[in-house]
Write a new protein. Sequence first.
Length: 240
Amino acid sequence: MEYSVTVTSSIEYPKNMSFVIFLAKCPLRCPYCSNSEILEEGIEISLEEICEKIDDSALFMDAVVVSGGEPLVQYEDVIEILKYVRSIGLKTKLDTSGVYPDRLRKILDLGLVDYVAMDIKAPFDKYKEVINADIGQKVRESMEIVNEYEDITLECRTTYCPKLLTEEDLFTIVEEVDCDLYTIQQFRNRCVLDESLAEAEEPNPHDMEDMAKRIKEAHPNQDINVKTAEFGQRSIQIDS
C-alpha cells in the first residue's frame, strides 16, 4: 500500500486519542486540498509495517483513524488495517469523501468501523461547480449507506473557503445532510492545490463561530462543531 505519514491526535476522533494513518491517492482534485503531494502516489509500506507502527502507539491510543487522500482507493488494504485494529481492541474511524459508495458498503458490512467522517464539499447539486467533479449523488448515497448502520457514528464536515462557498451554501448543506455531527472546518491557504487560492482570505474564526451559531439556531437539533487553527475544535451552543 502507499501512505504519507502517521500522526497522533486528540481531535480526529472526538473524545479519544487516536493514531492517524494518511493513505495516499485520491480521484478528486479539490482546489483547496492540503494534501496535494499524496494525490498521485505515496511511500510504499507493507501491512506488517503499518501494524508495527500501530503497535508502537497502541498503549497510549484509544482509536485508529484511516484517512487520506481518499483511503477507499486502497480499500482492500483499509480492510486489513481495520481488521488488525479490531483484533487489538481499539476503536476505528474512517475518513472518506464519499466518492466510492460500493466500497464503503463492503467495509461497513464487515463490522469494522465505529465512526465515519465524510467530507461534504458543497451542496449536492453544486459539486461540479465547487470541486469540478459531479459526484454529489454518490456522496449522498454514501451518507445514506452509513445511516443504515445504527451503531456507526457519522460526522459530516465541510471545509469553508469563502471564495468557493457562501454562508447560504452551508445552510443548504445542513438541510441536506443526515448525520450525528456537522463540522465546519476553516480553509487554510498555506498549502493548496489551486495556486489561485494561495492568496485567498482565510475565514476569521470568530466569524465562523458566529455563522455556525446562526446555523445552529435554525437547526437546534443538529450538533455542530467549528474547527479552526486558532481554537481547535469547538462545539457550538446557543442560549436557551
